[in-house]
Design a protein around this ligand. Structure first.
Ligand code: PLP
Length: 430
């Protein structure tokens, strides 16, 4: 496969952009080799600058749930463009969007639009702090909530330790206000809550975690968080930036039946445009400016082009429940094919799967939290990634990511992916 143009673009990019990319994981550092520069995409395919075609399983990290360049979204954007790109004033579309979101997501009564998942989670935490008058938050190891300072915190040793910054530039003061617990460990959360009684504003969790690879909540985990938050007056934030409108039209909260106080959204809600949102109970959302004391604003928030793309996407998902059945079928076919391939090759790697999200971990241990995710052989994953890429299958360039499926995958595509998976596994084991 010739990738010379991508290679030379990357060399040039490194002169002008830190690391040559505008978001770190795109640099392929975790898997080696050079990133591909993508020129266009249609349906399930990406096309790079050298004209190579790839069947892809990332879908822009989640938003392209109907595949790339879907005609409905494309039309909505084209129709909106001629009425100007931005007004900085309220629009009808924002009202329609808010109404539709409150209709689709069970726990949301009011919602505020922002421009990214990061903005949504940062704003949600500020709101929880403003609402409760408390400073500290609890997050889970291996969960990612965007690059806001409060979230870039690794665990200290033991459950009842304060965090240490995970990124240069995050102050110790900020880190001290973020407490961390292992995912799926209710006892650790209880211990933190007891040790910090009356000081915890929020618990933020990816209710199905996708940022340490895919990790599912064990039965009772989310319910336990809900009970604890209700008892202690803590705001429960579900970060559904990945899972919202993907695992069900109302996200994990609809699928698993546990309701948070605040939900953060992103990705699919923008149909591929830069959009995020946070919403929840009226009583809490009315703490947001201009009615309440918690300030949050945005020059381009509720931008008409982004709203048009997002509205087209959400309308479609809201009126086509068969999308979710289709995605379940695609996910089940792929995962049972992968499982069969592993069996044929005598391998016992772990596959975590729900609906249209899954991860293959290169470990034979069950993966239930970040520590168990880290038992994966990441060198082997890198080889697998490269082998798949050489066969025209584009995966997320890190072991610690979930894959996202779209409705653009047909049975024929599934067979191609399964064949590549078998051959790649066979190849890397030599
Ligand atoms: N929350 C979750 C669960 C995410 O997966 C991400 C990004 O992948 C974010 C928040 C941050 O969203 P964004 O990259 O749009 O800022």
């Amino acid at each position: 496969m010739i990738t010379d143009t991508s290679h030379s673009l990357f060399e040039k990019a490194k002169s002008y952009i830190p690391g040559g990319v505008n978001s770190p994981v795109r640099a392929f550092k975790a898997v080696g080799g050079n990133p591909l520069f993508i020129k266009s995409a249609k349906g399930p395919y990406l096309y790079d600058e050298d004209g190579n075609r790839y069947l892809e399983l990332i879908n822009s990290w989640g938003p392209m749930i109907l595949g790339h360049a879907h005609e409905l979204i494309e039309k909505a954007v084209k129709d909106a463009v001629s009425s100007s790109l931005s007004f900085g004033a309220p629009t009808r579309k924002e009202v329609e969007m808010a109404e539709l979101i409150t209709h689709m997501v069970p726990s949301i009564e009011k919602v505020r639009m922002v421009n990214s998942g990061t903005e949504a989670t940062m704003s949600a935490i500020r709101l929880a702090r403003g609402y409760t008058g408390r400073a500290k938050i609890i997050k889970f190891e291996g969960c990612y909530h965007g690059h806001g300072d409060s979230f870039l915190i690794a665990a200290g040793s033991g459950a009842v330790t304060t965090g240490v910054p995970d990124s240069a530039g995050v102050t110790k003061g900020t880190a001290n206000d973020t407490l961390t617990a292992p995912f799926n460990d209710l006892q650790a959360v209880q211990t933190l809550a007891d040790a910090n009684k009356g000081n915890i504003a929020a618990i933020i969790v990816e209710p199905v975690a996708g940022n340490m690879g895919l990790v599912l909540p064990q039965p009772g985990f989310l319910e336990g968080l809900r009970q604890l938050c209700t008892k202690e007056g803590i705001v429960l934030v579900f970060d559904e930036v990945m899972t919202g409108f993907r695992l069900a039209k109302g996200g994990v909260q609809e699928r698993l039946g546990v309701l948070p106080d605040i939900t953060t959204l992103g990705k699919i809600i923008g149909g591929g445009m830069p959009v995020g949102a946070y919403g929840g109970k009226k009583e809490i959302m009315d703490f947001v400016s201009p009615v309440g004391p918690v300030y949050q604003a945005g020059t381009l928030s509720g931008n008409p082009i982004a709203m048009s793309a997002g509205l087209a996407m959400l309308h479609y998902l809201n009126t086509h429940p068969e999308v979710y059945t289709q995605l379940e079928n695609i996910g089940n076919k792929l995962v049972s094919g992968f499982t069969e391939n592993l069996k044929k090759l005598g391998l016992s790697y772990t596959i975590n799967h729900i609906g249209s999200m899954f991860s293959i971990f290169f470990t034979d241990k069950p993966v239930v939290d970040f520590d168990s995710a880290k038992t994966s052989d990441t060198v082997l994953f890198g080889k697998y990634f490269q082998a798949m890429l050489n066969k025209g299958i584009y995966l997320a360039p890190s072991q610690y990511e979930s894959l996202f499926l779209s409705t653009a995958l047909t049975d024929e595509h599934i067979q191609t992916i399964l064949q590549a998976n078998y051959e790649s596994l066979e190849e890397i084991l030599v």
